[in-house]
Each structure stands twice: as structure tokens, then as C-alpha cells.
Design a protein around this ligand. Structure first.
Ligand code: AMP
Length: 290
């Protein structure tokens, strides 16, 4: 695996791969890699060669009171894991390569970026889309791989790729969970033992919704009430939002006749976690994917 630290060298390597008509795949990450990230890498390797994994803790997507400074950085372990998987290139630029002095430009996907996570974390998605646009321009992959764990993010990035004719296809991969259902996240490392136990209510609340849907419930208000009910019973968890939204517009859904997400965010102690379930009409029934 070659470790690439500069934008110029990454562009050079990527353009050579494209000239050789190879199918470039990109997996953007902020490091502290876990099985969720690795599932994206494996999917990329099934579809593409060569595969570029990027590790960049993007300062622009953290708010002033958020965890940029203490975000876990485990570069040596990440590198070893990616070597083991036989990843071709690890793009790990220092901040000044991505944001040189005098950097002034940002990109924003209007509307989709203002709701849900965007409302709780002003500027977050502007930071995400700006760095992802840069990565997609530098590498110009045929496919870029994202996790459904961050469903709103994936929806926004797909919109940006379409609106700006970026040429990369945005692949969205399933959520990888711990054995007890907790969605894997680099931020899970912040949780104390008690918080770690409490955090399972997020996926439990989604399972409750799935059970209700499987039993025939289609009323959006009672489904969300059920989700809230499960989370509110756990005193260590403070719900930020639980919404059932149209999977395309991310606006509140009134029915389950089109694909929808239950999106949730909650604070477990000082740690903010998100999770979601996808609900899709399938003939006469509904498929719920957690
Ligand atoms: P991050 O390093 O948190 O920015 O995540 C990098 C990519 O990995 C994003 O596309 C995430 O959606 C994805 N990802 C993070 N956690 C998971 C998970 N548990 N399952 C699937 N994908 C994930």
C-alpha cells in the first residue's frame, strides 16, 4: 500500500490509473477505522481497482464546541488494517494540503443540509460537502463509497454529485452494527461502560418500530411515538430528534408509500450518536432495514 500525503501526488497517481482505464474507487473516512469502514473498503474492492482510502479529520465539519481536537486519531493501527486488506493507496494529507492558507471556497447543498443533523450542527454539512467535493475532484473516482449509517450525508453527497456532474457514482453501503445492535462509530470509543449499555436503546427503538410495522402499523405518528417511548425510558440518553422522513426529500413523511427513513440523533452522556432505519414498500408489504 502506498501512503500519499500530497494533493499533487494523489492527482498524478489517480490520473495514471484513469489513463490505464482502471476503475478507481474511493472510500473517504476520518480514520479510527472499524468494521463499518472496512465493509466499505471490501465493497470498493469488489467493484473497483485500484482502491483509494482517504483518512482526513476534516476541521470544517466540526462546530466550534464539537470534538475536533479529541476526535480519535489512530493512524498506525488504521494503516496496518488497510495494509492487511491490501488496499492500493492510503491518501492521508495534512490539513494544509486540503486547506492551504487563504482557502475561501465552500459548497452547500441547499435545503437538504439545513434539516435534522444540519439543524443541530449548523455548518456541518457544508464542511462535509466541501471536503468530499475536493476529494472527488482530486481522485476523480468512478465510484465513491459511503455508509447508510450517515443516511442524510449520503443523500446530500449524491445530490451534490448529480448537481455538479462529478461523474462519480455514489454507492451507499449497509450499516454495520455491534452484536448488541449499536451502530459502529468512531465516537463509540468515548462511551463509558454505563453509557455503552444505555446507547443500545437507539437501535432497540428502531427494532420496536420494525416490529410494529411488521404487525401492520403504518401510522407515522404512532411509529415515531413508539421510537421516542423506547429512548425516553433510558435516563442516560437525551433524544435530539426522531423523525420519519421521505428518503428522497428528507421532509417529514405522512405515509409509508414511498421509501422513508426513521432518522435519530441522541446524546449519550457527552457523546452525540446517530442511527436510522430504512423503510421501503415492497409489493403489498414494507421492508424495514436496520
Ligand atoms: P467517518 O470516518 O465517520 O466519516 O465515516 C466514513 C464513512 O464510513 C462514511 O461514509 C460513514 O457513513 C461510513 N460508516 C461509518 N460507520 C459506519 C457503520 N457502522 N456502518 C457502515 N458505514 C459506516
Amino acid at each position: 500500500m502506498e501512503i500519499i500525503r500530497t494533493v499533487a501526488w494523489m492527482k498524478q497517481v489517480a490520473s495514471e490509473a484513469r489513463r490505464a482505464e482502471r476503475l478507481l474507487g474511493l472510500v473517504p473516512t476520518m480514520g479510527a477505522l472499524h468494521e463499518g469502514h472496512l465493509s466499505l473498503v471490501r465493497e470498493a474492492q469488489r467493484e473497483c481497482s485500484p482502491v483509494v482510502v482517504s483518512i482526513f479529520v476534516n476541521p470544517k465539519q466540526f462546530g466550534p464546541s464539537e470534538d475536533f481536537q479529541k476526535y480519535p486519531r489512530t493512524f498506525d493501527a488504521d494503516r496496518a488494517v488497510l495494509e492487511n486488506l491490501r488496499v492500493d493507496y492510503l491518501f492521508a494529507p495534512p490539513p494544509e494540503e486540503i486547506y492551504p492558507a487563504g482557502f475561501r471556497t465552500s459548497v452547500n447543498v441547499e435545503g437538504l443540509s439545513d434539516r435534522l443533523e444540519g439543524r443541530s450542527r449548523p455548518g456541518h454539512f457544508r464542511g462535509v460537502t466541501t471536503v468530499v467535493l475536493k476529494l472527488l475532484e482530486i481522485v476523480q473516482p468512478r465510484f465513491a463509497f459511503f455508509g447508510r449509517k450517515d443516511a442524510q450525508q449520503a443523500r446530500i453527497i449524491r445530490q451534490m454529485a448529480r448537481d455538479l456532474d462529478l461523474g462519480a457514482e455514489i454507492a451507499v453501503c449497509p450499516i454495520v452494527r455491534e452484536a448488541d445492535g449499536l451502530a459502529m462509530s468512531s465516537r463509540n470509543a468515548y462511551l463509558s461502560a454505563d453509557e455503552r449499555r444505555a446507547a443500545t436503546v437507539l437501535s432497540k427503538s428502531l427494532q420496536r418500530a420494525r416490529k410494529k410495522i411488521e404487525a401492520g402499523e403504518t401510522d407515522v405518528v404512532s411509529l415515531i411515538a413508539a421510537v421516542r417511548g423506547v429512548i425516553e425510558k433510558e435516563p442516560g440518553v437525551v433524544l435530539d430528534y426522531a423523525e420519519l422522513v421521505d428518503a428522497d426529500s428528507l421532509e417529514p413523511a405522512m405515509t409509508l408509500r414511498k421509501p422513508a427513513y426513521i432518522l435519530l440523533a441522541a446524546k449519550v452522556g457527552a457523546t452525540r450518536l446517530i442511527d436510522n432505519a430504512l423503510i421501503e414498500p415492497l409489493g403489498d408489504s414494507l421492508r424495514v432495514t436496520i
